[in-house]
Design a protein around this ligand. Structure first.
Ligand code: BEZ
Ligand code: FE
Length: 288
């Protein structure tokens, strides 16, 4: 292997993994090495440029901690997280970003419950159903929900918020219905005080995400679904910094006047309202 050149090197590196016991690992590494080397050859990557790339990773490692991963953010702003979601979509509602702010163990909220509590902002009603791929209600599905407050911050980023603020788990009834009141979310920026922020600025990009709700919807016998719900009129809907928006995940906020619903949920009429139905794909295809 002492006579490698810029072309034969790639195959030598790939062959060096031939002893890997896991065939999937061999496949992934071979493709990764092949594409990385092609990339370096194509742009004629210089030693100084690659050192800058390594410095980016060092900086990312330095500011990564339990509640903030600059590596996940790098994957997000390069569209790789979104691409992996798109590849994994298995029918049903499309997948979208998990992001770094999901936390296990959210408090249980009954169907119809209130999440807004004393949060500032406009109260809104959110409701819909969890359905299977044939459009039948999924009984006792679990929704795991989280969102940012009106100041654009999740509880992990804001000492003023309690750790249980603006997140819940909810179990649907036999009709698959869910409903809750919350505060209308606002667009916010992903963290841009690290190397990813430098990259965005150098690329002439901004750090904004359109307003959204996060959901993980799960039920026995179905693929768990990690997704987001957006609002069609959001100013950043076509320029999400992490490429999570899908046409099928857009909702329209309507101004509703249903007096009995308003009374039931403690809202004034008219009140903003959105509906979104989730479709879960079966974990194992039904046998015909
Ligand atoms: C989020 O939506 O919470 C998020 C997603 C990607 C990066 C940062 C935040
Ligand atoms: Fe988010």
């Amino acid at each position: 292997m002492r006579n490698v050149d810029a072309n034969t090197l790639t195959n030598a590196v790939i062959r060096s993994f031939d002893g890997a016991a896991d065939p999937r690992l061999r496949e992934i590494i071979a493709s990764l090495v092949s594409h990385l080397h092609d990339f370096a050859r194509e742009v004629k990557l210089t030693p100084e440029e690659w050192q800058a790339g390594i410095a980016f990773m060092h900086h990312a490692a330095k500011i990564t901690n339990e509640s903030r991963s600059e590596f996940v953010l790098t994957s997000d702003v390069l569209g790789l997280s979104s691409l992996v979601d798109l590849i994994a979509s298995s029918g049903g509602t499309e997948r979208s970003a998990l992001g770094p702010f999901h936390a296990e163990g959210s408090p249980l909220l009954a169907v119809g419950g209130d999440l807004k509590k004393d949060n500032d902002g406009e109260a809104m009603l959110v409701q819909g159903r969890v359905l299977d791929s044939a459009g039948r209600p999924v009984a006792r599905a679990q929704l795991d929900f989280w969102q940012a407050a009106i100041n654009g911050k999740y509880w992990q980023q804001d000492p003023e918020q309690s750790p249980d603020n603006l997140r819940f788990r909810m179990i649907t009834g036999d009709d698959g219905e869910y409903a809750f009141t919350t505060v209308r979310p606002a667009p916010y920026t992903v963290p841009y005080d690290g190397p990813v922020g430098d990259l965005l600025r150098a690329g002439g990009r901004h750090a904004w995400r359109p307003a959204h709700f996060h959901f993980i919807v799960s039920a026995p016998g179905h693929h768990a679904l990690t997704t987001e719900v957006f609002f069609a009129d959001d100013p950043y809907i076509d320029e999400d910094a992490v490429f999570g928006v899908r046409e099928s995940l857009l909702t329209q906020i309507t101004s509703d006047n249903d007096a009995s619903l308003a009374q039931k949920h403690g809202l004034n009429t008219p009140y903003p309202s959105v509906r979104f139905d989730f479709r879960l794909a079966a974990a194992t295809p039904a046998r015909g």
